[in-house]
Design a protein around this ligand. Structure first.
Ligand SMILES: Cc1ncc(COP(=O)(O)O)c(C=O)c1O
Length: 391
């Protein structure tokens, strides 16, 4: 028996991550300009770190919390959801999770049976399709409309529904495209979900990072949608808390109770130190969030300006949210985004992520993060310009 035979089909069916491959390859390159990760580069604000230290010193973190998360944290989350997302919830409708990722996994495990189809507007954050595959579900990719700023194709979604469709899973503001799905379309999507008795699972990790006049809208705020929706949020992006691994999901008590059954065998509870840090994040000043947003906005504008100054290599939709953009490669050699990105890394020392990592409709694109210092963007684009001018 080869070692492969020991591995479950669920897991062996998951392709290896192109993001991790680019990270591995980047480690072999001398000082690459690194635009590959969707990770805040700032450190967690001091008042949040201090609150965690206090909780440790007071002896509050040595045990498990209740499985759903500390009550005081869930109460603070309820207030935040009402204030910022127009979502009415009760603490019993909140599950504190290990980042948004574990909330999404628990939602998929609780809602998807083997063979169930899950519609994913694509290009998409690759983890979402992996989560469906782990649950032995079938991801069904519906292209989003690039020419329309990467917005949802509502008719395409309607047409993709079959007897096996169980759920629609999407992310807004979007990774990898930087689109923010419009309220009007999300309301139509809600109607489709109700008409066809579908669940909706959302990833709202970048909720605070929208630009210009664009506003984030939570589909679960529509009356009646909580009964069929799980919306996942996180502290990772909002407060630069990537490594704390803390987020939460909101849904009806009925769904949350079932999600808990998926949460307990994988996690028991979210890390307690991080729960105290999250509480301080919600109760403290929100100025840090405004500062992060302002920073990402100016980095978006810089990246767009540097793209505009290049000869005709890329075409892009201006991102209205997240801190990511997804330019289309206009050169013939760009139709294989993996080879294109490897070449860009090895010959121009710029690390990006190939579009194919975000589903088949991501091909011929690359993802660039503007959540990086100004100098990194300038170095990356100086190098890209030199590389293509020399060719
Ligand atoms: C769309 C999206 N969802 C979730 C995550 C991860 O969130 P968390 O750290 O809360 O698990 C990321 C991280 O890059 C992301 O881009």
């Amino acid at each position: 028996m080869t070692s492969n035979n020991l591995i479950s089909r669920r897991v062996s069916n998951i392709p290896t991550s192109a993001i991790h491959e680019m990270t591995r390859l980047s480690a072999k390159i001398e000082s690459p300009a690194f635009l590959s990760w969707a990770k805040p580069t700032a450190d967690t604000p001091e008042h949040i770190k201090n609150a965690a230290c206090e909780a440790i010193k007071k002896g509050l973190v040595g045990g498990y919390s209740t499985n759903a998360g500390l009550l005081e944290l869930r109460e603070a989350i309820v207030e935040k959801l009402k204030r910022d997302n127009n979502i009415e919830a009760d603490p019993s409708e909140i599950l504190v999770t290990i980042g948004a990722i574990e909330g999404l996994s628990a939602a998929v495990m609780a809602l998807v049976d083997p063979g169930d189809e899950v519609i994913i507007p694509s290009p998409n954050y690759s983890t979402h399709s992996q989560q469906v595959i782990i649950a032995s579900g079938v991801p069904v990719f519906v292209p989003i409309i690039e020419e329309n700023g990467f917005q949802l194709d509502i008719n395409g979604i309607r047409k993709a529904i079959t007897k096996k469709t169980k759920a629609i899973l999407f992310c807004t503001p979007n990774n990898p495209t930087g689109a923010v799905f419009e309220e009007k379309e999300l309301r139509e999507l809600a109607e489709i979900a109700i008409e066809n008795n579908l669940a909706v699972i959302t990833d709202e990790a970048y909720e605070y990072f929208t630009f210009d006049d664009t506003k984030h809208f939570s589909i679960v705020s529509i009356p009646g949608m909580k009964e069929r929706t799980v919306s996942c949020f996180t502290f990772t992006k909002t407060y630069a808390m990537t490594g704390w691994r803390i987020g939460y999901a909101v849904s009806s008590t009925k769904i949350i109770e079932q999600m808990k059954k998926a949460h307990i065998p994988f996690a028991i509870c979210a890390p307690v130190t991080s729960q105290y840090a999250a509480l301080a994040a919600l109760q403290g000043s929100q100025d840090c969030v405004k500062e992060f947003r302002q920073k990402y906005l100016s980095m978006r504008d810089l990246m767009c300006k540097r793209l505009d100054e290049l000869p005709t290599i890329f075409e892009y939709q201006k991102p209205m949210g997240s801190y990511l953009m997804f330019p289309k490669i206009l050169l013939k050699e760009g139709s294989d985004s993996k080879s294109f990105c490897k070449k860009l890394l090895q010959e121009a020392r710029v690390s990006t992520t190939p579009g194919i990592a975000f589903g088949p409709t991501g091909e011929s694109h690359l993802r660039m993060s503007f959540c990086v210092p100004k100098e990194t963007i300038n170095t990356a684009f100086d190098r890209i310009k030199d590389y293509f001018l020399k060719k």
